[in-house]
Ligand binder design. Structure first.
Ligand SMILES: Nc1ncnc2c1ncn2[C@@H]1O[C@H](COP(=O)(O)OP(=O)(O)OP(=O)(O)O)[C@@H](O)[C@H]1O
Ligand SMILES: [Mg+2]
Length: 214
């Protein structure tokens, strides 16, 4: 990875996509973005329909690395003109980010923890705001989605929601980065479903994270 001047400014865009502040702080202190891609030399990852499944025990930097990968794709797309993001202007202007300015890009990106998504959807039963449904829809349509921490047991209702989300993204060939504490084999047993791990196994590049940071 090569040092690049606008890394911290770029990473400061990420809250509006849902990336937690703690993860962003780790990115700023430990990660550098590669030299910006030129229009004539787009990164090959952009053209692959592949998903990425990051797995490993707790504290191996999965959530951080998932956000880093998202940054790579996001910046590549911005450079390619698919999402017009003036990195310096947007990150200097806090109100742009706090108003969700980055979400107004034509191409939408999303980082969500599985528990956060399911919790928001359940809250909809007691509220008219339908925040959970909006969040779910942005996860379903995002051109890059990080689905963080697909690790815990799920109820039948929860499984059905995630099954729908994953199946739609699989069908639409939308890039999805998933993190979990479990290998795919073990995930089948933990969540009690063959369908979700089956879809992931078919299209995802598997990356086991080993180095402990905690
Ligand atoms: N590349 C890195 N360099 C230094 N510290 C890191 C790096 N990646 C992650 N960390 C630190 O390690 C800790 C764990 O990182 P992270 O939350 O990404 O792990 P995780 O694998 O997602 O854990 P969990 O399974 O519990 O969700 C954090 O405190 C983070 O700041
Ligand atoms: Mg994590």
């Amino acid at each position: 990875m090569t040092k690049s001047g606008d890394d911290p400014a770029f990473f400061r865009l990420l809250p509006s996509y849902g990336v937690p502040q703690r993860v962003i702080n780790t990115l700023i202190s430990n990660y550098d973005l590669p030299v910006p891609y030129s229009l004539n030399n787009p990164p090959s990852e952009l053209h692959e329909a592949q998903w990425i499944y990051l797995y490993g025990t707790t504290g191996t930097g999965k959530s951080t690395y998932a956000a880093y990968l998202m940054s790579l794709f996001l910046r590549a797309r911005a450079r390619l003109g698919e999402a017009v993001v003036d990195i310096r202007k947007a990150s200097d202007d806090d109100t742009h980010v706090s108003r969700g300015g980055a979400l107004q890009d034509q191409v939408c990106y999303r980082y969500v923890r599985v528990t956060e998504l399911l919790h928001a959807m359940k809250e909809d039963f007691n509220s008219d705001l339908n925040y959970g449904q909006h969040l779910f829809n942005s996860c379903r349509r995002a051109s890059i989605l990080v689905l963080d921490d697909l690790t815990s047991q799920l109820s039948q209702w929860e499984l059905a929601q995630l099954d729908y989300l994953i199946d739609r993204r699989y069908g639409d060939e939308l890039k999805t980065i998933i993190t979990s504490n479990h290998s795919l084999e073990r995930l089948k047993r933990v969540i009690g479903s063959e369908r979700i791990p089956g879809r992931i196994g078919e299209v995802a590049h598997m990356k086991r994270m080993k180095r402990m940071y905690r």
